[in-house]
Unconditional design. Structure first.
Length: 232
């Protein structure tokens, strides 16, 4: 009984505590932005630093940086900055890797995780939820016999690691679930199931056993009685 109540209490407090810790870390980190201003020029109240001033300053810096980087002159500065960072040993490799990840995810026209799909992985008969990231063009498209798309299959419970596969369009099924629902389903190791209709969709495709994973054709409508037919 004691163990049961302890676990029940942990289930209540663990998500709340982790959420508060993450928010505290983010706010503290953003608030530290005020240290960029010389101490003599930092605004104070009764001799103490104003709480939250660094958070406000962070948003202002992000807005100004975005506004500058969006015009022609700012884009030139950004290209020069990227070139300088790429030339720094060790730092350049880290910077390039992070930029390749953040650009498609955070850019306004990014295509990362645009759709949740169902594919056969790691071998026929087993199915995985994946995310459509891009179409296959250029040299890869010329070397493949049919149209392919790039999909990302995250691992459980850490979705930052996974596999990138080139899958024929005919071998995947687009799901109605949102990207958020699919991520929640994967991170929870299948415990947080999608809504009933979507969960039924997953079960239906997994049980179909079709190698191409294409939707089964609808049965033809049953012909009704022909009014013009007078035969018995």
């Amino acid at each position: 009984m004691i163990k049961k109540y302890l676990l029940a209490g942990l289930l209540v407090w663990a998500p709340m505590g982790i959420t508060i810790w993450v928010l505290h870390f983010l706010v503290s980190t953003l608030d530290a932005t005020s240290h960029l201003i010389p101490e003599a020029f930092r605004p104070t109240w009764n001799g103490m630093q104003i709480p939250g001033f660094g958070v406000l300053l962070s948003f202002v810096l992000l807005f100004v940086t975005g506004a500058v980087a969006s015009n022609v002159f700012g884009k030139q500065i950004t290209r020069v900055w990227d070139s300088m960072m790429h030339r720094i040993p060790v730092v350049g490799g880290i910077y390039k890797s992070v930029k390749q990840l953040t650009d498609p995810v955070l850019s306004e026209n990014g295509q990362a995780f645009s759709k949740a799909v169902l594919i056969e992985f790691p071998h026929p008969g087993l199915h995985s939820v994946a995310f459509l990231t891009n179409t296959v063009d250029g040299e890869l498209r010329a070397r493949l016999s049919e149209d392919h798309v790039a999909v990302y299959i995250p691992t459980t419970p850490n979705p930052t690691g996974g596999y990138m596969l080139l899958v024929p369009k005919t071998k995947l099924v687009e799901l109605d679930m949102t990207v958020d629902q699919a991520l929640k389903y994967i991170i929870s190791m299948g415990v947080a199931a999608p809504p009933a209709a979507l969960n039924g969709e997953l079960a239906r495709w997994a049980a179909s056993g079709q190698s191409t994973l294409m939707p089964a054709p609808l049965p033809p409508p049953t012909p009704g009685p022909n009014p013009g037919n007078t035969n018995a």
